[in-house]
Write a protein that binds this ligand. Structure first.
Ligand SMILES: Nc1ncnc2c1ncn2[C@@H]1O[C@H](COP(=O)(O)OP(=O)(O)OP(=O)(O)O)[C@@H](O)[C@H]1O
Ligand SMILES: [Mg+2]
Length: 311
């Protein structure tokens, strides 16, 4: 079993309009609404890859109910903790003429202290029956930067392996709990040092440093350039297959799902990285974030190249 913790889920709503003009009335041609947010994308990909998965996090109000219904329709089991307020909606407006995407991201409801205690209890119980627990996405209002650090500690005290995909202060704090695996993207890694960019050699040095700090499986994803990973001090470069990407949003989430799947199955390092990269590429070949095709992932995996870097 793999547990996915998604503290600030969202209903992802897409409006298609012929042209977006500020200050005008728009008739929306088509409305789509799906459960979204990073963690739910990870859970969807894990399910597609054939793994048993359960989801926890906070939900509230009518949009929270919509998330529960959506999870049921996707066949994802869930133990969500209800909180006051309304789960957020993230609105993406597709302008068909200008071919632009305009996004509005709500902050989400604030988490009361007693609900945070309830969630910690739930994560502890789910971790008992999980080999891997994934922590993915930003933190909701009301939680401090130590939230993932506490949850990683709780999960790993139950002998499960934590996989963390986040950035900024919550990532910096989570590292202190020595998660089994971490996967920021390039910008999230650089943000730890308040920088915009880092060179590959700086990235590799940092991944190796994380291994020394007892984080055995450290990676950073670099979009179409692939990924760098250091596992127990051995650094690898991962080259993705060449594809015509349709929509790479959510490819990082698919990569995280592939990591979690490979770690769960105790595969070899090269296989785990190839699976993660193939899942990410399959996601990029689909319009909707968190969509992959298992046969396509199997085929793409053959085209991923993983090389060991010398010291
Ligand atoms: N154009 C592309 N072609 C092939 N693979 C891609 C492409 N874009 C992304 N990927 C794959 O997706 C992985 C993750 O991408 P990226 O580093 O952009 O993640 P991210 O920023 O965390 O994304 P998100 O948070 O939106 O899911 C990369 O390591 C790569 O394997
Ligand atoms: Mg990401």
């Amino acid at each position: 079993m793999i547990t996915v913790v998604t503290l600030n889920p969202a209903v992802d709503k897409t409006y298609r309009v012929s042209a977006l003009r500020p200050g005008r009335i728009h008739r929306v041609d088509q409305v789509d609404a799906f459960p979204g947010g990073k963690g739910i994308n990870v859970a969807k990909v894990l399910k597609r890859l054939g793994l048993a998965v359960q989801v926890t996090g906070f939900i509230g109000g009518g949009t929270g109910d919509a998330i529960l219904q959506g999870l049921d329709q996707l066949g994802l089991s869930h133990r969500m903790v209800p909180i006051p307020g309304e789960t957020r909606t993230c609105l993406n407006i597709l302008d068909e003429t200008g071919r632009t995407q305009t996004e509005f991201l709500e902050p989400g409801p604030s988490v009361p202290k007693e609900k945070w205690e309830a969630l910690k209890g739930t994560v502890g119980r789910l971790a008992e029956e999980s080999r891997v627990v994934v922590f993915s996405g930003s933190l909701p209002p009301g939680l401090d930067d130590d939230a993932y650090r506490e949850l990683v500690f709780i999960a790993q005290a139950r002998r499960s392996k934590a996989v963390v995909d986040t950035g900024g202060a919550p990532l910096a704090r989570a590292l202190l709990a020595r998660p089994f695996a971490v996967k920021p993207n390039g910008a999230e890694m650089a943000s730890l040092f308040r920088r915009e960019e880092m060179s590959d050699s700086e990235r590799i040095a940092l991944l190796r440093e994380w291994n020394r700090r007892e984080i055995p499986f450290a990676c950073v994803t670099l979009g179409e350039r692939g990924a760098l990973a250091s596992v127990d001090g051995r650094a690898h470069r991962v080259f993705p297959p060449e594809i015509e990407a349709v929509n790479p949003v959510g490819s990082g989430d698919a990569f995280t799902a592939g990591l979690a799947a490979g770690i769960h199955r105790e595969e070899e390092i090269e296989d785990i990285l190839a699976l993660a990269t193939a899942a990410a590429a399959s996601n990029a070949l689909h319009l909707q974030a968190g969509e992959v095709d298992e046969d396509q992932v199997t085929a793409l995996k053959e085209k991923v190249r993983v090389t060991l870097l010398s010291r």
